[in-house]
Design a protein around this ligand. Structure first.
Ligand SMILES: [Zn+2]
Length: 468
């Protein structure tokens, strides 16, 4: 019976919430029922009273104990006070955070032992879920800087692309995407090759215009690392990413101080620093953005520019890695052919890209984080990745249906992008819900490698005979 009255409580408080929000909703959510209903609040107030009576009756009749009656009364009083003192847009954000506490209260009130650890976890889950929704949908204090300073790219900045794999120009439309991560304006089109089925972006931004999209808000290039009390967790997560890369690599190559390691698309170079610390290997990094000023980059042979335009002379590499690089590339077959030439006889090439034929793509479609428009040029499903690698004269040592990049990021970001609809994800605001969500999904994420959530990795070597 107590479950039933908890439901009534929640509907009552929910209604109360919406009543208090009417002035705000008239401006921001004109479609809502309470807004459309012009006139006085009297019918709703009457409904509130009508709901309160059976709840009070149930409380008394079923002898739920004096503490429960007091808790319910206290909650109602607290909410009434909060609504009374917070009128107007300014106070709304602060009030919202406070009134979200009613949701864990709904969970705890009807339980027989609300102080038990299990009950408290349940209440925490309820609070995490509603605050995630609230934080993501909150109006930005100021419009995001990336959004404010940029305008949508015009048609002259784009170029049509023939299929990277087969050269055909025949395409079928696939999906139109927005820049969901930072919320910059623009619509970007992905197509499917009518001949071989490769999915890619066309038209794409000409290469001289793409640099602006790899600014400081781009996660891999992000210099900001101060997230208040969550900073240690953030740093641990970033380091774990490099440790996971190292763990994949170590299964396929053994490296020492004489080894040569190259990371293509090395960004801030933390993976190279990690490999150097672990193995003593000599390191080379290539990126078209210069982030080589970091102290750990001083021992890295850093090359600024496009990978296939670099001159390495007779140098050959024991390991070349491309962590989320190939899907950004303007000429992936040429990149793969260049990597093949630079691999030593026993060298290994490790390529991680988002997996197009994955659960998160099916779930999020035009909001799939793997589209990452306009930076992602090609969307690789398993077959497309393997056949492009083969065509470049490489042999697959092993295919992994996962990567070092946490698939959970795609699960989270896709859900956030769906809610935000192109408004841009504020990382400062999202970081707490991100970690809370990860905690809640731990039981699922334990099976990440079997679920085909979002990532794939191929480990290759030079094919013995290069196909014609
Ligand atoms: Zn094709």
């Amino acid at each position: 019976m107590s479950r039933e009255w908890s439901l009534r409580c929640s509907s009552q408080f929910r209604l109360w919430d919406d009543l208090a929000d009417r002035p705000y909703d008239r401006v921001h959510h004109a479609e809502r029922v309470l807004v459309r209903h012009a006139g006085t609040d009297t019918p709703f107030l009457a409904l509130l009273v009508a709901l309160s009576l059976p709840i009070a009756g149930l409380l008394l009749a079923f002898d739920d104990g004096p503490w429960r009656v007091a808790a319910y009364g206290g909650l109602a009083l607290a909410l009434a006070t909060i609504y009374a003192v917070t009128r107007g847009d300014g106070a709304r954000a602060g009030r919202n955070r406070l009134v979200l506490l009613k949701y864990p209260a709904f969970v705890l009130l009807p339980l027989a032992h609300p102080g038990a650890p299990r009950a408290l976890v349940l209440a925490a889950v309820a609070y995490a879920a509603v605050s995630l929704y609230d934080r993501l949908t909150a109006e930005p204090k100021v419009s995001s800087p990336a959004r404010a300073k940029s305008v949508a790219p015009h048609a002259g900045m784009f170029e049509r692309v023939a299929c990277y794999a087969c050269g055909s120009g025949d395409t079928r439309p696939l999906v139109t995407a927005e820049e969901d991560l930072t919320g910059k304006p623009g619509r970007f089109t992905f197509v499917t090759c009518a001949n071989c089925g490769l999915a890619y972006q066309s038209p794409r931004l000409k290469i001289e215009h793409i640099g602006a999209y790899y600014d400081d808000e781009y996660i891999a290039h992000r210099k900001k690392s101060d997230f208040g009390p969550l900073t240690p967790l953030y740093e641990w997560t970033m380091d774990k990413h490099d440790r996971d890369k190292a763990a994949i690599v170590r299964r396929f190559v053994s490296l020492g101080p004489q080894s040569e390691v190259m990371d293509v698309g090395c960004a801030a170079g933390t993976f190279l620093a990690k490999m150097r610390n672990l193995t003593g290997a000599r390191t080379t990094g290539v990126d078209f953005k210069d982030l080589s000023a970091a102290p750990w980059m001083k021992d890295v042979d850093f090359r600024l520019g496009l990978f296939y335009e670099q001159a390495f002379g007779a140098k050959r590499f024991d390991l070349i890695t491309m962590w989320h690089f190939l899907e950004h590339d303007y000429d992936p077959p040429r990149t793969l052919a260049t990597a093949r030439e630079l691999l030593g006889a026993e060298g290994r090439l490790v390529i991680e890209v988002p997996r197009f034929d994955s659960v998160t793509w099916k779930l999020y479609r035009e909001r799939w984080p793997g589209l990452q428009a306009p930076q992602h040029t090609v969307l690789f499903d398993r077959d497309a990745l393997q056949s492009m690698v083969h065509a470049a004269g490489l042999e697959i040592v092993e295919y992994l249906p996962y990567g070092a990049f946490p698939a959970y990021f795609y699960v989270f970001a896709g859900a956030a992008f769906k809610i935000l609809k192109g408004r841009g994800l504020d990382l400062d605001r999202a970081i707490l819900p991100y970690f809370l969500g990860q905690l809640l999904l731990l039981p699922v994420l334990a099976f990440e490698r079997r679920l085909n959530l979002a990532m794939q990795t191929v480990v290759c070597r030079r094919a013995v005979v290069r196909p014609l």
